[in-house]
Design a protein around this ligand. Structure first.
Ligand SMILES: [Fe+2]
Length: 295
């Protein structure tokens, strides 16, 4: 099958996209690359845009864009998707720099857009703000984690990296431990959007920079058990949660099926597994997420 290889962008609606755009440029350090009457496009270094903001009645994540391989056939991908009984639409020039994409809905109502891009569209690293390496993952609350997990695996080619019990799945489409994670909580909505930083010192600098600009940590810094990434969560101006992370587990080789060895792993080798619902799966350093994280 043709599977997606990379998340490229996430699109959000909110009452005040201008305020959110200032947060992305001045605090996170993304580049405002394009703006039209409806949308603001923000870039990191390897794509034309990683974040799209539009006006809406409430803050939510409405669309995700994924890239297939440069030699993959988008028409074949569409046929493969339609064969699952999914209604697909081909759109021309609906997104800046993307001439053609296949659009369909996932089971929780998020629009998925898949496209081919032979060339990377690189930008310079910004010089102000936190300046993440990239958009890393988007996490969602879902009402049926098994159904949505199956969709991402069967339709988009994701692989399961880990489960926490039967309620929280972590899915990869490349070497990164997770690009999508899904937690069953009784509603379908955005949980958090995560950007990758360099390392622990970058995370420290970012936490100080957030604090100087009036942003308090929601949870962390800490080190997750599942994925083993360093993490720190805060709430963005529109109310959606942002995670900054570093040192996420990397799948060494799909056939060999293990994550690159790290001294903080408890398993050696570390392989995909079902984790018990245990505090160390959430934070190896101890503190559990506050109630506020679930709002
Ligand atoms: Fe995360």
């Amino acid at each position: 099958m043709i599977g997606v290889r990379k998340i490229v962008y996430a699109c959000y609606e909110m009452p005040d996209p201008q305020q959110q755009a200032e947060y992305y440029t001045d605090i996170l350090g993304l580049t405002l690359i394009e703006k039209d009457k409806d949308a603001v496009y923000l870039a990191h270094t390897i794509d034309h845009h990683a974040v799209v903001l539009r006006k809406g009645s409430e803050a939510k994540c409405v669309r995700l864009g994924f890239q297939i391989g440069p030699d993959d056939d988008l028409g074949a991908f569409e046929r493969q998707t339609a064969a699952h009984g999914i209604k697909t639409v081909v759109k021309k020039d609906s997104e800046p720099t993307i001439s053609e994409l296949v659009s369909f809905e996932d089971p929780k109502g998020t629009v998925i857009e898949v496209f081919r891009r032979p060339e990377m569209l690189t930008q310079k690293f910004q010089r102000k703000g936190i300046v993440p390496h990239k958009l890393g993952h988007v996490a969602f609350h879902v009402t049926d984690v098994k159904a949505v997990t199956k969709f991402y695996c069967d339709v988009l080619g994701f692989r399961v990296s880990d489960w926490m019990g039967e309620f929280f799945s972590f899915l990869r489409c490349g070497v990164d431990h997770h690009t999508i994670n899904l937690m069953e909580t009784g509603s379908n909505r955005h949980f958090h959007t995560a950007f990758e930083l360099r390392d622990w010192s970058h995370l420290e600098t970012a936490c100080d920079f957030l604090s100087l600009n009036g942003y308090k940590m929601l949870w962390g810094p800490g080190r997750h058990g599942i994925g083993h990434n360093l993490f720190a969560y805060h709430r963005s101006p529109c109310g959606l949660i942002t995670e900054l992370f570093a040192e996420l587990d990397q799948m060494k080789d799909e056939a060999l099926g293990y994550f690159e060895p790290r001294p903080w792993h408890r398993d050696n080798p570390q392989r995909p597994k079902v984790w018990a619902k245990d505090p160390s799966a959430a934070n190896l350093w101890g503190p559990m997420p506050p109630e506020e994280m679930m709002k």
